[in-house]
Ligand binder design. Structure first.
Ligand SMILES: NC(=O)c1ccc[n+]([C@@H]2O[C@H](COP(=O)([O-])OP(=O)(O)OC[C@H]3O[C@@H](n4cnc5c(N)ncnc54)[C@H](O)[C@@H]3O)[C@@H](O)[C@H]2O)c1
Length: 307
């Protein structure tokens, strides 16, 4: 059985990828600063910091594949903390890369972003572009095989507190309104984190060795349409308030302006429909809010809450 370590495996995307790998029979070790709330039977947890070189080496010694999701992943947080972003996102990645070289790992799989194509995304983008360049040179100098995964916008279960769809649904349920900076005409191709996890595990195939892979949703949709969907699902009992102001470093129509190495686009053959996926998020977030003491109801025909 091949052994895989998933750095950042307690987070939104990393935890789904860890579960997908476990489901496919890999021996999974999760390395994260925080204990995972989603740890599955058979998964081993290491609580550690990627800036601790010895901890990183110990985690990597003896594994076949390394997935790396640990980072400051919130564009706004990165914008406000450039030094920490360079430290965690770039230096942390360097320690992992170097241990992969030392212990002759079969492949290093890196979670990048479609923002590498963009002139948006501030220091978050800088950190991801830098890492991609270091990964390319580790391959050139030390023959460390890699796959770079450039994810688009994600939504779905376990989303973190800076996820746009999660926050919109929470605000809609609690305040009966959604506030959005910009006019809502920005376009995104959202992918459900479960589908992204399937695609992220598929890339272990040799076909994707030393390749750049774009993982985004199958359809492009305006933010305005997503918010209208949420409104309709909540029986039109909320308002949507588009506000003046910049999109906090996010792009509008397309991330493409800077051109790094071109990527192939990987869309899973079977994927979650966006509408169904958002409805599932509404159920999940409603259940979460009820546990926090929320007293509101969902529209009558949708009160059949699942866990
Ligand atoms: N969520 C998205 O829409 C999206 C899109 C494109 C790329 N990505 C990339 O995917 C990766 C995961 O994103 P996410 O949304 O799951 O973020 P997340 O914040 O939910 O997960 C990141 C995890 O990394 C851990 N971590 C952070 N710093 C660490 C450190 N120094 N040592 C050990 N663990 C550390 C955190 O505890 C957390 O569990 C990130 O690299 C992000 O840039 C995410």
């Amino acid at each position: 059985m091949s052994k895989v370590v998933v750095f950042g495996g307690s987070g939104f995307l990393g935890s789904h990828v860890a579960d997908e790998l476990t489901g496919r029979g890999y021996e999974v070790i999760i390395f994260d600063m925080v204990e995972s709330s989603y740890l599955q039977k058979g998964q081993k947890m290491i609580v550690g910091n990627i800036l601790d070189r010895e901890q990183v080496k110990n985690a990597i010694n003896g594994v076949d594949f390394v997935y790396h999701f640990a980072a400051i992943a919130d564009i706004q947080e990165a914008k406000e903390n450039p030094v920490e972003t360079a430290s965690f996102n770039v230096m942390g990645t360097m320690y992992i890369l170097d241990a992969c070289r030392e212990f002759k790992v079969k492949r290093f799989i890196y979670s990048s972003t479609i923002y590498v194509y963009s002139d948006h995304g501030s220091f978050y983008r800088s950190s991801k572009q830098s890492c991609e360049l270091f990964i390319e040179n580790y391959n050139k100098e030390y023959h460390l095989d890699f796959t770079i995964l450039r994810y688009g916008s994600l939504y779905g279960p376990r989303a973190n507190n800076f996820n746009f769809i999660r926050n919109s649904i929470r605000q809609a349920l609690i305040e009966k309104k959604i506030e959005r900076k910009g006019d809502g005409n920005e376009v995104r191709d959202y992918i459900n984190a479960l589908d992204a996890a399937t695609a992220s595990a598929d890339v272990l195939d040799n076909l994707y060795k030393n390749k750049y892979v774009m993982i985004t949703g199958p359809q492009t949709i305006k933010v305005r349409e997503i918010l209208e969907m949420i409104k309709e699902m909540l029986d039109h009992k909320i308002s949507i308030d588009y506000q003046d102001g910049e999109l906090m470093g996010h792009y509008e129509i397309t991330p493409y302006s800077f051109k790094p190495k071109i990527a192939v686009k990987l869309v899973p053959r079977n994927y979650h429909d966006l509408g169904q996926g958002i409805l599932d998020c509404i159920y999940d977030i409603y259940s979460e809010l009820v546990k926090e003491g929320y007293k509101g109801n969902l529209p009558e025909n949708e009160v059949d809450i699942h866990d």
